[in-house]
Design a protein around this ligand. Sequence first.
Ligand code: PEP
Ligand code: MN
Length: 268
Amino acid sequence: MVELERPDVERRRTVRIGSITIGDGRPAIIAGPCSVEPGYVDQAVDIAEAGVDALRAGVFKPRTHPDSFQGMGLEALPLLAEARRRTGLPLISEVLCPEDAEALEEHADGYQVGTRNMQNYRLLEALGEIGRPVILKRGFSATIDEWIAASEYIRRRGNDDVVLCERGIRTFETRTRNTLDVSAVVVARELTDLPVIVDPSHAAGKREWVPALARAALAVGADGLLVEAHPAPALAWSDAAQTIDLEALVGLVQSTRHAERSLAPPFH
Ligand code: PEP
Ligand code: MN
């Protein structure tokens, strides 16, 4: 294995996304529906009221099946603008190619690279050049080293504002959608200076399991959570089964803020 030169992992990096800072010791909570849908603005207001720090705002969706809803695309941009205006929260939006990033330039505060694109190196390099913060999800079959190496494609183009996101990996287990690798949080935080957050939703695949996985993530030192939430989860246009409702979201925000007070270093 080729070792990457990032010796100063003791000095943890913080990443600003709009008005929030990830990696400053206070776990950030980013939440919202799997994909932006026509009712997004009101949903965003409800989700903001639950006390989250930033909003999921995916308009370009990388769906496994070509017949599944592919996201609203450019049509959703006015909804993003309105959600940002009404909530005052930063928006995170997934990009599948450099053109998506360009289209979202005025509307997203941070870009998300999904699990399927972790090794799309031309995309990573383009995001390195654009310079806006990037949440880099771990490929579902990527090793921790491959994930960190992918982050270097962004950083070597001059953009160190990278947040790693563990979202579950593919294992022999089929009861869960993916297997949440909590070890990866500990190991990635040891091997890099980047903040590491966790997406318990795509790991669990089932909303009832999301809060427990979120707590596990915080217990091992995650710098934040990326969670699918919706005021009426059953009606969500994608990933309904793993989407939590507002009550569960409020509970998650409260338990996170409680954990923040009770966890002593080295968790921070
Ligand atoms: C998402 O967060 O919307 C998503 C598509 O997740 P993943 O890339 O982890 O499957
Ligand atoms: Mn989803």
